[in-house]
Design a protein around this ligand. Structure first.
Ligand code: TRP
Length: 460
């Protein structure tokens, strides 16, 4: 089919198009849903600080590495490693990324499905009038515990994602991201202004922005690094595939910088909305919050209806917010499905639609236990299945993938070769020395040490 040939390996229209598309992959539930949960579970502002440092020193480093490998090879991670170092086991890192991606897609789509459900609820008027914390909390719990609803919503997400991917990346992602990401951004800014002007928002802001250094421990760092990988879509080859669509004219360094900046900004604003809203409606002090408040996987879904109900024109705001959240989530699920699909298309010469449908089906089936684990069917009663999947794949496997990508670039492909690729399109690379140090030493070894300590601490 001709249209498929055109889209199978196109290039991004322009630099801006790339930054939008890559930010579209990065900005999503990771920043708006996952980041606030991590902040809530890991001591508030101290986590935010560790996250910012992780993005700057590790996230940016690995992002630039993935983009460079992708553009140089014009391939997905498996293909790139075979091209750059044929006959070595490095391609295993690519396979690892593919598997990780399918697992992340499975539970990520469950949460994206919640956004579908909430979109529907908003339209049908569930959040009209004043929404209290108690009402919002039980509404979320009832919804997440309804097995049929959550599985249908999961199915909807997988079908849309599969459809877009089967049409090819260029047509699929570029158009959506370009128009809708800026709108989402503006909406989030408006909501954060409302949140900080709520009575009692000060305690929420203090919890969120005033670090309590005594709360620092290795777990905080571990989750902060994991969150940096997750929110920037790193460690499994997503950004390698995206990099493979960038033309030689573009500046990889500034593109990577923009993606880090926009993603971090959205995450920070999501927190600015959620914590003041929570503290406002719960009347808690930061200490009470740490001791008494149960941070659930639904944190964002519990908090947003409250703040939306406090906006003039809340009904329209709510509809707009959940549809944009849905789109932000979809641009991310699309990028996740693109990794295994482009592998099967490029390396195994599969038909794009067939590849997308197969992987989509697997992700759907893998997603069912996660969908049911938030109150629907309590297998693994205490430890939520979705939380375990997220720990293993969203934190550990991404971090490991990121480490291996750094080691591959620094010690196998070699930094000097990657710098040649980077210098095409970016004449001056001011952070060259820092990046070289980070990719060779800081990023891989800091992450390895953190993982080793965490494993020792939890197993022994
Ligand atoms: N970064 C996205 C988000 O924050 C999620 C995502 C998309 C992702 N592709 C990825 C995470 C690849 C890890 C790896 O919502």
């Amino acid at each position: 089919m001709q249209s498929q040939d055109i889209f199978d390996r196109g290039n991004w229209g322009s630099k801006l198009a790339f930054v939008f598309a890559a930010s579209g992959s990065a900005i999503g539930l990771g920043s708006i849903w996952r980041f606030p949960i991590m902040v809530g579970l890991n001591g508030g502002a101290i986590f935010v600080l560790c996250y910012l440092l992780s993005v700057f020193f590790i996230g940016f480093t690995v992002l630039l590495a993935e983009l460079t490998i992708g553009r140089h090879s014009q391939k997905n991670l498996v293909g790139a490693m075979i091209l750059i170092k044929p006959g070595t086991p490095w391609k295993g890192v690519g396979y690892m990324g593919i598997i990780t991606g399918v697992f992340i897609l499975s539970y990520y789509s469950v949460v994206a499905g919640w956004a579908v459900g909430y979109f529907y609820k908003t339209i049908t008027g569930a959040f009209r009038g004043e929404v209290t914390w108690q009402a919002s909390d039980s509404l979320f719990r009832d919804f997440a515990a309804d097995p049929l609803a959550v599985v249908i919503c999961l199915f909807v997400i997988i079908v849309i994602t599969t459809f877009v991917i089967s049409k090819g990346v260029k047509g699929g992602i570029e158009t959506w991201s370009k128009i809708l990401m800026p709108v989402l951004f503006i909406l989030i800014i408006i909501l954060s202004i409302r949140a900080v002007t709520l009575p009692g928002s000060g305690t929420g802001l203090a919890f969120y922005l005033k670090p309590d250094f005594s709360a620092f421990n290795l777990n905080v760092l571990f989750y902060a690094v994991g969150q940096a990988f997750f929110s920037l879509s790193l460690g499994m080859g997503t950004m390698t595939v995206y990099g493979s669509y960038i033309t030689k004219k573009e500046n990889l360094v500034s593109s990577a910088g923009w993606v880090c900046f926009s993603t971090t900004l959205v995450a920070l604003l999501a927190g600015i909305i959620i914590f003041p809203t929570l503290f406002h409606s719960l009347h808690l002090t930061p200490e009470q919050f740490k001791q008494e408040f149960e941070v659930s996987t639904g944190l964002m879904f519990q908090a947003f209806p409250i703040i939306i109900s406090k906006m003039p024109g809340g009904y329209i705001f709510g509809i707009l917010f959940f549809i944009l959240l849905l789109i932000a989530a979809l641009t991310s699920t699309i990028s996740m499905l693109e990794v295994p699909t482009s592998y099967l298309v490029d390396e195994k010469k599969w038909n794009r639609t067939k590849a997308a449908v197969l992987i989509g089906t697997i992700a759907f089936l893998l997603g069912i236990p996660s969908a049911l684990s938030n109150g629907g069917v309590n297998f693994l009663t205490k430890a939520n299945f979705m939380v375990i999947m997220d720990l293993v794949f969203g934190n550990i496997m991404l971090a490991l993938g990121g480490v291996l990508i750094c080691l591959f670039l620094a010690y196998s492909w070699k930094v000097k070769n990657s710098l040649k690729e980077i210098s095409i399109g970016s004449k001056r690379f001011k952070l060259k020395t820092l990046w070289t140090f980070n990719i060779k030493y800081l990023a891989p070894f800091a992450v390895i040490l953190i993982i080793v300590f965490i494993v020792i601490k939890n197993i022994l």
